[in-house]
Design a protein around this ligand. Structure first.
Ligand SMILES: [Zn+2]
Length: 542
């Protein structure tokens, strides 16, 4: 690895680490607007609207007046949810009034919430989550899978993604996935791990629902083998995760959806091992992981599928089925260990119901699959070994795809019709696991209620160049050298996409990197104690 490359990676990692720290230390808010109006749904989601907030600072009491509407007039569940810092939204149990189950639609509803003194009001975000007894259609989600989107993701992803042979493209893809997650309204929670003394990210975006301690994960690693463009391995898996994210973030679920792309899988499951050891919080409950590991290689020609040695004995029924089908590589493999049988069966059932023309071959393994090492080579294994339910979904790697880990693992070799069906089955399974609910969310604008805490400084921040390409500069001379300064970058949906303390520069000049942000208009806010200043900038050309 050249010195230049090493510096590039380090610079990325420093930036990324800072970004991650910022996410941890401060608020990251996703204003989950229901941008996709679910007009085809049989039942409209109820909603809380016209929220008027008052706050009494002495008693630390919020009162929210709202109107509850539901087209069908169903009684509703109303939940007040609170997010502290970069944590997820959790249900506030202490709220009183028109909150809980059996709330009848109508005007002038009211919720009272007395904020515990342990909560810093700067760190708090609140939202009203409303749902009824109906369930959105999983078929409707499945039907939205778009073959052209899958192709376009692969166009961006494919190319060597390895820290030695092509760190630039590895960084490019990590940034691409990060931007994609932000654009689809996810809460970013990247987790960093060290490999050869370099920090790498596990890319994590969460779609928050009703019970955010319950995680339903879907993963496709973003790195490739050293000298392979990695179209099938694992561009297809990552593309499947992105498509699930694009479609599913428009719905709400009882559980939290976590879209994940682990790093450095090819170097020995480095990212996923670190995630299982260090990335799962004590209050989190892993409902299951769907791990995509090559989804796009297919052939309906005879003798295109090898049965791995020993599989005739381990899986006689499956081996016979393949032989009777003249060894055609025309099915997707669904593998789980003994703990994961419920999830394995869930995939089979969801696939049969929603994507009946996808041929699935299931391989339930005893124990943790030690008996079949060829099925223990991807990011599901650390989950198996820790007792969590996890599946590997694969086209069979080198038992079918002779381009596996070579320079020939290219887009032209993929079968997108097959891959589309697999991605549909994955969405059906993940939705079944996460349990869709007919819900809507109303974010509460606390800034307008609490803003007396901040004093707007009259001069705006001069940002240059503007429009911004990759980096912008600005000058900020603080009120006092004693104060700490932090910046917030907010997009036009009100989502805080970056939020971290500035390392102070004595001459007051600063540079901010924006390669991780999608194109669009942003507001830069600089917060110094109770003073706030802002400027506006545009990012073009991504
Ligand atoms: Zn792989």
């Amino acid at each position: 690895m050249s010195k230049q490359h090493y510096d590039d990676i380090l610079r990325f990692c420093k930036f990324a680490f800072k970004y991650n720290q910022a996410m941890r230390n401060f608020l990251l808010i996703s204003f989950f607007a229901i941008i996709c109006s679910l007009t085809n749904a049989q039942n409209q989601a109820p909603s809380a609207s016209q929220v008027e907030t008052t706050f009494d600072p002495d008693s630390r009491t919020f009162i929210f007046n709202y109107n509850l509407t539901d087209t069908e007039g169903d009684t509703c569940y109303v939940v007040l949810q609170q997010k502290i810092g970069t944590d997820a939204f959790y249900n506030v149990d202490q709220a009183t009034g028109d909150v809980g189950s059996g709330i009848i639609p109508g005007n002038n509803k009211s919720i009272t919430y007395n904020v515990p003194t342990s909560v810093d009001l700067h760190d708090i975000k609140l939202r009203i989550f409303v749902y009824d007894r109906h369930t959105p259609s999983i078929q409707e989600m499945v039907d939205q899978v778009d073959i052209d989107k899958l192709k376009s993701y692969l166009d961006s992803i494919v190319g060597r993604r390895h820290y030695k042979s092509n760190p630039n493209h590895l960084i490019y893809v990590a940034n691409y996935v990060n931007r994609f997650m932000i654009q689809n309204g996810l809460s970013i929670g990247h987790q960093f791990f060290k490999y050869n003394n370099i920090d790498f990210p596990n890319l994590i975006g969460r779609h928050e629902g009703l019970n955010n301690q319950n995680l339903c994960l879907i993963n496709g690693h973003y790195d490739s083998a050293e000298f392979s463009p990695g179209a099938d391995d694992n561009g297809t898996g990552l593309a499947g995760v992105l498509e699930a994210c694009r479609i599913m973030h428009n719905y709400y679920f009882k559980n939290n959806l976590q879209f994940t792309s682990f790093g450095n899988e090819e170097l020995g499951l480095i990212g996923s091992i670190d995630y299982v050891l260090n990335g799962i919080q004590p209050n989190q409950n892993i409902k299951g992981l769907i791990n995509y590991e090559l989804l796009g290689y297919y052939s309906d020609q005879p003798n295109t599928q090898i049965i791995p040695p020993g599989f005739e004995l381990l899986f006689p029924a499956q081996a016979t089925q393949i032989i009777n089908n003249q060894n055609r590589g025309d099915f997707i493999v669904n593998t789980g260990n003994s703990t994961s049988v419920p999830l394995l069966n869930m995939w089979n059932a969801a696939s049969a119901q929603y994507v009946p023309d996808l041929k699935v071959m299931a391989f339930p393994l005893p124990g943790n699959g030690e008996i079949a090492p060829i099925l223990r080579r991807s990011d599901h294994v650390p989950f198996w070994d820790k007792g969590y339910q996890a599946l590997m979904i694969t086209d069979g790697a080198e038992t079918r795809n002779h381009n596996y880990h070579t320079a020939n693992d290219k887009i032209e070799t993929l079968n997108f019709e097959f891959m589309t069906k697999v991605v549909k089955a994955g969405i059906a399974t993940l939705a079944t696991l996460a349990e869709p609910i007919n819900a809507s969310v109303q974010d509460i604008d606390l800034y307008n209620v609490l803003k007396t805490k901040y004093i707007q400084r009259p001069e705006s921040i001069f940002i240059y160049p503007n429009p911004v390409d990759e980096v912008f500069s600005f000058t900020y001379r603080g009120i006092s050298s004693e104060n700490t300064i932090r910046i917030e970058i907010i997009n036009t949906s009100g989502q805080v996409v970056n939020n971290y303390p500035l390392d102070k520069n004595p001459d007051g000049s600063y540079q901010i990197k924006t390669t991780h942000l999608p194109s669009g208009t942003y507001i830069l806010q600089i917060i110094e104690g109770k003073y706030i200043s802002n400027g506006r900038f545009l990012i073009t050309g991504k």
